[in-house]
Design a protein around this ligand. Structure first.
Ligand SMILES: Cc1cc2nc3c(=O)[nH]c(=O)nc-3n(C[C@H](O)[C@H](O)[C@H](O)COP(=O)(O)OP(=O)(O)OC[C@H]3O[C@@H](n4cnc5c(N)ncnc54)[C@H](O)[C@@H]3O)c2cc1C
Length: 456
């Protein structure tokens, strides 16, 4: 580590990967700053020495978004303080290394919550902002809708504020920009009230009838229906959905008595293993889920966004994908997706095949739901360390991406290995995003395996 100033929080790197385990990078150094000043010093050092920088939260992306060959990986987890919480205004300013789990502890007792969260509480604020995440709820769109402002450390070492009125080009570029424009140091969120939800109805039908009923249901009472999501059988011919409504009992509840995890994680691990090993168990799994979906449930909205606080072990060997298709085109896409998945059924095994509505939001430059869309979310049993299996997975993904584009859709950049041409079709502002990167980061300090793959 010749030449690195001793006061910088940098140690030697190693071969690194992420949750996807399909992209590896020989990371030269790892920096673990604990203060804003140390973070700035690392970026200035990298820029002066023409070193690439990648940013890492909890490392749950799948295509090397948080690692870069020969570069410095900045682990942001040490910058995790809650800086300001104003319960009256329902605002929160927090450093981006904080996880949702940390925030849950602070916000739940005050009956406040982040509008949008993923399935687990172990993701970071920074990783969630950079991916402009969306969740299971249908009442709020992607997370950008509830971000008031953020502070961004740019490649020149300066920190600027970005909001809808200050540096709006950075605000809309950085949220959903995968860390390629700079490091988000802290974020100010508009929080929402954390209300109690109750499971209302579950509906099971063949797919054509189900999708009609689903669209009618989400439009019937959107203000009182925060969650309405479903699952298809693996051939996509059958499906069911479950619905949650806000409960009138919202005023008085005992936090400890409200449901937390989806199922016992140990039982889930065993069931997942049985499904991976035995085709007949996998075939029955959809019907078992349907049987379980009738169980009554009362919980907090924020808890229902989650499946578990922390992912069960079985998730280490899964892969997810997300395709977003305009509502009217969704039935046609699902039919095609069922054919594609069915034709690879021996190689590509599905744990679940989830769907949900996502309201339109086109604020982010790289917005994935510019109009109301349905999200199609297959979850695969993966053999991530087997290059032969990964090749098949990439080829199935390619077919699904093309079907999705043919139906006017887009896909989640976090998970889906796509070509530059496919990415441009799905994200019409891709070239504007790259122009913005060149403006703010002309030396390409911020990079990643994901970016280098698309920039080739
Ligand atoms: C099992 C599972 C379920 C998921 N469910 C959902 C879901 O329901 N909805 C959804 O939208 N996503 C979902 N995701 C994807 C997940 O939201 C993203 O992968 C998210 O980025 C993970 O956060 P992280 O802390 O692990 O980020 P990392 O993987 O560490 O980083 C992700 C990106 O964020 C950048 N980044 C991190 N911190 C900063 C920062 N401070 N400033 C700038 N850039 C930064 C990184 O460089 C990288 O490009 C899921 C992922 C998994 C594995």
């Amino acid at each position: 580590m010749n030449g690195i100033p001793a006061d910088l929080p940098i140690v030697s790197g190693r071969d690194m990967t992420d949750w996807g385990r399909m992209v590896h990078a020989n990371v030269a150094q790892i920096a673990r700053p604990k203060t804003e000043a140390a973070l700035q010093a690392v970026v200035r050092y990298a820029a002066q020495n023409r070193l690439k920088v990648s940013i890492r939260g909890a490392g749950h992306s799948a295509l090397g978004q948080s690692i870069v060959d020969g570069g410095i990986m900045i682990d942001i987890l040490g910058l995790n303080q809650v800086l300001e919480l104003d319960p009256a205004k329902k605002t929160l300013r927090v450093q981006t290394g904080a996880t949702w789990g940390q925030l849950t502890q602070v916000l739940e007792p005050k009956r406040l919550a982040i509008s949008t969260k993923q399935e687990f509480d172990n993701f970071t604020v920074g990783g969630s902002i950079a991916a402009n995440i969306h969740g299971k709820s249908i009442d709020y769109g992607p997370i950008i809708s509830h971000v008031l402002s953020l502070r961004l450390l740019k490649a020149d070492g300066e920190i600027v504020t970005a909001s809808r009125t200050q540096n709006p080009d950075l605000f809309t570029g950085v949220i959903g920009g995968y860390g390629l424009l700079g490091i988000v140091v802290d974020v100010t969120f508009q929080l929402v009230e954390d209300r109690v939800v109750e499971k209302s109805e579950s509906v099971y039908m063949n797919t054509d009838a189900l999708l009609k009923a689903y669209v009618e249901r989400i439009r019937r009472d959107p203000r009182n229906t925060p969650l309405c999501y479903g699952f298809f059988s693996s051939d996509c011919k059958l499906g069911f959905y479950v619905t949650y409504s806000y409960s009138d009992a919202a005023g008085s509840f005992d936090l400890g008595a409200l449901k937390r995890d989806e199922t016992n994680p140990i039982l889930f691990n065993i069931f997942a293993w049985l499904q991976r090993m035995f085709t007949f168990v996998r075939r029955r799994a959809f019907h078992t889920m349907w049987a379980g979906s009738a169980n009554p449930e009362t919980t907090l909205r924020s808890r229902r966004l989650l499946l578990w606080d922390n992912p069960p072990r079985a998730f280490k060997d899964m892969l997810l994908q997300k395709y977003y298709i305009p509502v009217d085109n969704f039935p046609g896409f699902v039919k095609k997706a069922g054919e594609i998945l069915g034709s690879h059924g021996n190689d590509i095994k599905l744990l679940t095949n989830h769907f949900r509505f996502m309201p339109a939001n086109s604020e982010a430059l790289l917005a994935c739901s510019r109009q109301d869309v349905m999200c199609f979310l297959p979850c695969y049993f993966a053999n991530k360390d087997d290059p032969g299996w990964v090749k098949i997975y990439e080829s199935v993904s390619d077919e699904l991406v093309n079907a999705c584009l043919d139906h006017g859709g887009s896909f989640y950049l976090t998970f889906i290995p796509a070509t530059l041409a496919q990415t441009r079709r799905a994200y019409p502002n891709w070239d504007r995003f790259i122009a913005l990167k060149k403006q703010y980061d002309p030396g390409e300090v911020f990079s990643s395996g994901f970016y280098q793959q698309l920039a080739r």
